[in-house]
Design a protein around this ligand. Structure first.
Ligand code: ADP
Length: 591
């Protein structure tokens, strides 16, 4: 279909790297003989965007000249504005130049073939500094770059098949498909709404107001490729966008489409790049609020970019990109007028209401409280409360560490009973018992013991992720491995319990006779005798077992968990009125 109404793609026409069916079959056969490169999720997104023309006029991952030019001047060597390197990392360069290789998805599907023309070393120091404006690992992309291969590959690409998406295929529209639908709406003005978060009333009002301001069509264009670490999963978000667009937006002038973009969170440069990408999808306006495309603040709470930096950069280059920013400040709610207004336009005397994302999680979702209708649509409140159940219904991993015979299993067993009494269903992963199945065949070398702990950690994290309760009791002597399992399980829902019993007491108890065997030299590398135990520096709970009984210690853990909302009070401890209240959110979530 010819574009007559909309702005032309960046560079004049949409790139299309997909080969015809015949050629694809031929190349697939050929590819069985080729060496192949397995792409990261990020590179796969980049490849998909290249393939469908989302990155027009780019036709390939950048070569060194293009890469350096983009880094230094934000332009391709021919002068075309392009602010973000699109490159393909690879860890080994040997024997690749001049060869045809297969590019495969993380699940090993052949997506494309590439004739490698150039293999070059990436600028490890310069790139983060120039793209993100920082070399700090606090920036998510900078930290990720450290894990990339040392080389970049470039060369012509033939795409055999687009990456398969089984989720929401009807919403995954290529630039050409988006353009067709926008053309049909008949309006040359198209404003794109970029998002990677849930859409609350403020964002809805912002999108509608921005749409009005340009009297155009609205392209709701959420990113579902790689987003900021810690973002809400896209399954939840897409449910929300669909509900909202179906119910609260004008179907004649609104289009929802999912964008498989891998975000860099590179602030100003990123924003200009988004503008170019949106132009390829037919938009000539981009909605921008403060802190557009910003990563999380630094570890000391400082933002990486000034609040309006991205907006200003998009404005500065808007003649070249053809995309104008629709600039808005944060919207806040005025309860007395029942309306939203930009924070900079509100008289000081006016009462305002807002809820931060921290408050959403901690004061509402974690406590099972529905978000109020002035803040978000009831559909959004219901979907979010289902995705983020209150703490007492979230998974949790209670991890006991301590010397052999310190009392881990003894306390853990009592804790399991008390937690069951409080309505949680328990999986117990006791270090010794686990060794009969999960870790059968492993010995007691440091390596084997680490593997044992990691296996327990892996199973525990799966259980916790699915809202189960798991108690692990394993000596787990090393800080580094304990930290690893905490990360696996998600540190918010991981409780490290240090059973601090002295080596002498443990040896006197010697439940399984191992201390005696170690002393007699019958076994070697036994923790507490001839192998080290690193006491945790910041355990969540520390237990003393000489003066406190096992039951007292188990109850201490219960109290700790109760204070933090991991368990609800027993029904006989609650006034009848409150019982009704406490189950209401569950009903709300089911609406
Ligand atoms: P671990 O699992 O740490 O190897 P166990 O729980 O199997 O240790 O063994 C601890 C031993 O110490 C048990 O025989 C238990 O009865 C005894 N014990 C004595 N006092 C305590 C206490 N306060 N807490 C836990 N265990 C205790």
């Amino acid at each position: 279909m010819k574009n007559e109404v909309l702005i032309q793609p960046y560079g004049g026409s949409l790139v299309d790297l997909l080969v015809g069916r015949e050629e694809a079959l031929q190349l697939t056969k050929e590819a069985t003989e080729l060496s192949s490169l397995q792409l990261s999720p990020r590179s796969l997104c980049d490849l998909e965007m290249l393939a469908v023309g989302g990155f027009s006029p780019l036709r390939r991952f950048m070569n060194r000249a293009e890469y350096l030019s983009v880094l230094q001047n934000m332009r391709l060597p021919d002068g075309t504005l392009w602010p973000i390197p699109i490159t393909l990392p690879c860890s080994s360069a040997t024997g690749l130049a001049g060869k045809r290789i297969g590019l495969r998805s993380p699940s090993n599907h052949l997506i494309a073939v590439m004739d490698v023309e150039e293999v070059y070393e990436r600028e490890v120091e310069l790139e983060p500094q120039l793209v993100c404006g920082t070399s700090s690992d606090d920036h998510s992309l900078v930290a990720e770059m450290r894990t990339w291969g040392k080389y970049y590959l470039s060369g012509p690409i033939k795409v055999l098949e687009l990456p398969q998406h089984y989720d929401y295929p009807e919403l995954r529209l290529t630039p050409e498909q988006v353009r067709e639908r926008l053309e049909a709406m008949g309006n040359p003005e198209v404003i794109a709404f970029h998002t990677r978060t849930a859409m609350h009333r403020a964002q809805e009002v912002l999108a509608k107001r921005a749409q009005q301001s340009v009297a155009g069509s609205l392209l709701v264009h959420p990113v579902v490729g790689v987003t900021r670490p810690g973002d809400i999963d896209h399954f939840t978000r897409v449910q929300l966008y669909k509900l909202l667009v179906d119910r609260y937006f004008d179907p004649n002038s609104t289009l929802l489409s999912l964008l498989p973009l891998a975000l860099r969170m590179a602030g100003p440069r990123e924003a200009v790049w988004h503008a170019i990408v949106r132009r390829n999808f037919g938009a000539n306006h981009l909605i921008m609020s403060r802190n557009y495309a910003a990563p999380e603040n630094t570890s000391t709470g400082q933002p990486f970019y000034a609040p309006h930096e991205a907006q200003e950069m998009v404005l500065r280059f808007s003649d070249e990109t053809g995309v104008r920013p629709a600039i808005f400040d944060d919207l806040v709610y005025l309860p007395d007028d029942d309306r939203y207004e930009q924070s900079t336009r509100i008289p000081k005397s006016k009462r305002t209401l807002s809820i931060s994302s921290h408050q959403i999680r901690n004061d509402y979702l974690a406590k099972g409280k529905l978000l109020p209708p002035w803040f978000t649509r009831p559909e959004t409140a219901a979907v979010l409360s289902k995705t983020f159940p209150p703490r007492c219904r979230q998974g949790v991993c209670i991890w006991f560490t301590g010397l052999p015979s310190s009392g881990k299993s003894t306390v853990a067993e009592i804790l399991a009973i008390l937690l069951t009494e409080h309505g949680r269903r328990i999986t117990m992963l006791d270090g010794d018992i686990v060794r009969t199945h999960l870790s059968h065949g492993l010995g007691f070398t440091r390596e084997d013991r680490d593997i044992n702990v990691r296996r327990i950690g892996f199973v525990a994290s799966e259980i916790a992720r699915h809202n189960g309760t798991v108690i692990c009791a394993a000596v787990s002597p090393f800080n580094s491995t304990r930290n690893e399992v905490r990360e696996m399980a998600g540190s918010e829902n991981f409780v490290l319990v240090y059973v601090n019993t002295s080596p002498e007491v443990c040896e006197r108890r010697d439940v399984k006779g191992f201390y005696a065997k170690a002393r007699a030299g019958e076994i070697h590398g036994f923790t507490g005798v001839d192998d080290p135990y690193e006491p945790p520096q910041n355990p969540d709970i520390e237990l003393e077992t000489v003066h406190s009984t096992p039951e007292q210690n188990a109850r201490k853990i219960i109290d700790w968990m109760r204070e933090r909302g991991f368990i609800e009070p027993l029904f006989d401890e609650v006034e009848p009125d409150h019982i009704a209240l406490s189950i209401q959110p569950e009903l709300g979530a089911g609406i």
